[in-house]
Structure formats: C-alpha cells, structure tokens
Design a protein around this ligand. Structure first.
Ligand code: IPM
Ligand code: MG
Length: 363
C-alpha cells in the first residue's frame, strides 16, 4: 500500500508527524510505503506552486493520502492558483473526492470540554456527510470585477442532479450502517439549487424505504444541532452548509481538534485529514491537538486499507489516553494533565503497544 503524506503548513506539520508515528506503530511498518510531498505554502517554497505537479502525480498514484493542513496568513488575498489554502480544494477537485465523512463522536471523557451541558450533549453520535465537489466552492462564474465603477463579487451555487444523487446514495448507505435515519439539510425555501437538492434526495429515498428520511433548512439544522444533537444520525448536505455545520458540530465534542474526516471518490480512493486548518497562531509551539489527525488515520485504515481491527485499536488507544487524563490545551479542563502535541502522540503509541501510562511503566 502506497500512502502519500502531505503535512502542508502550520500545525499540519506537527499533527501529521504524530499521526504517522501512530500509523507506523499500529501496522509495524508492514507493507506500507510512506512518501511525503509538499503542498500549500510548503509547495510554493519547494516548487513555486501550492499544488506542485509532482505532488499531484504522487496523489494520483497512491492508495490513500494523509493530509495535514494548508494555508498561510494573508492567503485569501492571492489569486486562486497561487493560494496555499486553495491547494486542498484543487486536490479534492482533481481527484473528484466528492464524499466527505465527518463523524461527530463524543468521547465520554470529554463531555466536560463541550460548550454544551452534559445532559444535552451526552450520547451524541452523528455523521455529517458533506458533498465536497460542487456548490459555491466550485461553481462558475466566480470572481470580483468592476461593473459601473463598483467592485462586484460573485460566486455560483450550483449542483446537477447526478452530483446530488451520488451523495444521496452514500447518505442512505451510511444510514443503513447506523441507526437508519438520514436528515438532508438544504435551503429549499430560498434557493432553486436547493429545491433541486431536496427533490433529488427525495427521489433517491424511494430506493431506501428502510431509512427514515427527513429534511431541514440549514438555519433550523444549525439550531437543532445545539438544541438536541442526539436527535441526529446521518446528516447529508452540500459543500458550503457542510463546512459550516461540521465546525459547529465539532464543538459538541469539545474541540475541532478532535474531528477527523475522510474524503472519498467513486473509486473509493481517500484523502484523510483533520477538519481543522493550519492554525498559524499556534503553529510550531507543540500546542496543537493531534487527535483529529490520528483518528483520521483510523478512518484510513477502515476505508482504504481494509484493516478495521487496526482502526479499532487506534480509537481504543485514544480513548485510553483520554481516560488516563492527558489533554492538549484545547480540551484541557481542571483536574486533567496538560500535554503538548508530541507527548499526546507518544501516549497514543504507548497505549497501542499496551505500555499505557507513566504510572504503570514506572512501577
Ligand atoms: C474544511 C476547511 C476547508 C473547506 C478550507 C481549509 C478550504 O474549512 O475542510 O472544512 O472550507 O472545505
Ligand atoms: Mg471547514
């Protein structure tokens, strides 16, 4: 198996380092070929392009991709093709990684780190399935131009029925693996593109009579997510709404530093990444939470490498480390032990090999 590691920028470098440690430990290097390549600001530094041709070629040739984060301060002022932060979007688009799975799992140990009361958030277990290849992210026309002496900015929110149908099928299939409830989130009361979304999801739903389908407008969905998160099983939604709702849902679990993600194409090839960005403000300070990336490795083992037991082992190791009281700053609370990025990665590796916590190894 060939795995491409794209650390990228900012905390991406630190969190992927820990995730690779965990991947090596869980597979003991068995039949894994790890190749690293630059992307984002690192791509600009190495090859003058945020998505160097060689990185893209390696991405096409690999079985799975582990991605850290891309983006540098001031990014948004640059043209799209030169923008480090857009390298991930270009990669998603080149590989047609259209299905983005963001499982929102609440580790019971972190219930106190959530911004919601334990009785509201307890038992939360939902999956956001975000369409990743269309919507305002990629719709044309787009741009900023001067019209009648005024700057005019515009994007196009667009989906065709095939794009909606394929993500809808994935949503129903995901629901079948879980509690058989699918909530489709749109804005059909205002946007024509979202009327089409609702119609097509409803049509596909007839093929899945065993799955309960509901529809919510995105504003109501945002509200219900914090009102009663346990009411959700699988949420399927477009690119833009999925981006926003997944950050909101991440906070239910205590931190966006806990939220892994998998982006798959029709061939089942996957890119695995934490849902957070490059966080330049804390980069290089050993402060970042590597658990989202480590949990993304678990998703990679499950979805792309056909090693579900190894995935389970990583998730148990993470749970074990949290139960032992170790926390990075983003999930720290009174009475727990604050550790840095490296120490958190080391603790997960130790938990994997059964040499658990300091207290046990010392005795
Ligand atoms: C995400 C991120 C990206 C997105 C950014 C970094 C382009 O926020 O994966 O959620 O908007 O898709
Ligand atoms: Mg986002």
């Amino acid at each position: 198996m060939k795995i491409l590691v794209l650390p990228g920028d900012g905390i991406g470098v630190e969190v992927t380092r820990e995730a690779v440690k965990v991947l090596r430990a869980v597979t003991r290097g068995r039949a894994l070929e790890l190749v690293e390549a630059p992307i984002g600001g690192a791509g600009v530094a190495a090859a003058g392009d945020p998505l160097p041709a060689q990185t893209l070629a390696l991405a096409r040739a690999s079985d799975a991709i582990l991605f850290g984060a891309a983006g540098v301060p001031g990014d948004e002022a640059l043209p799209y093709e030169q923008r480090p932060g857009a390298s991930l979007l270009r990669l998603r688009s080149h590989l047609d990684l259209y299905a983005n799975y963001r499982p929102i799992m609440l580790f019971p140990e972190l219930i106190g780190a959530s911004s919601l009361r334990p009785e509201i958030v307890g038992g939360t277990d939902l999956l956001i399935l975000r369409e990743l290849s269309g919507d305002a992210y990629f719709g044309e026309p787009r741009g900023v131009e001067v019209r009648d002496g005024r700057r005019h900015g515009f994007n196009t929110m667009a989906y065709d029925e095939a794009q909606i149908a394929r993500i809808a099928h994935d949503g129903f299939r995901a629901a079948r693996q879980r509690r058989r409830r699918l909530c489709s989130v749109d804005k059909a009361n205002v946007l024509e593109v979202m009327q089409l979304w609702r119609t097509v999801v409803g049509e596909i739903g007839r093929e899945y009579p065993d799955v309960e389908l509901t529809h919510l407008f995105v504003d109501a969905a945002a509200m219900h997510l914090v009102r009663q998160p346990t009411a959700f099983d699988v949420i399927v939604t477009g690119n833009m709404f999925g981006d926003i709702l997944s950050d909101e849902a991440a906070m239910l679990t205590g931190s966006i530093g806990m939220l892994p993600s998998a982006s798959l194409n029709e061939a089942g090839r996957g890119l695995y990444e934490p849902s957070h960005g490059s966080a330049p403000d804390i980069a290089g300070k050993d402060l970042a939470n590597p658990l989202a990336t480590i949990l993304s490795v678990a998703m990679m083992l499950r979805f792309s490498l056909n090693q579900p037991e190894a995935a389970d082992r990583i998730e148990s190791a993470v749970q074990h480390v949290l139960a032992s009281g170790l926390r990075t700053a983003d999930i720290w609370s009174e009475g727990t032990t604050k550790v840095g990025t490296r120490a958190m990665g080391d603790a997960v590796v130790a938990a994997l090999s059964g040499t658990t916590t300091k207290t046990i190894t010392k005795s």
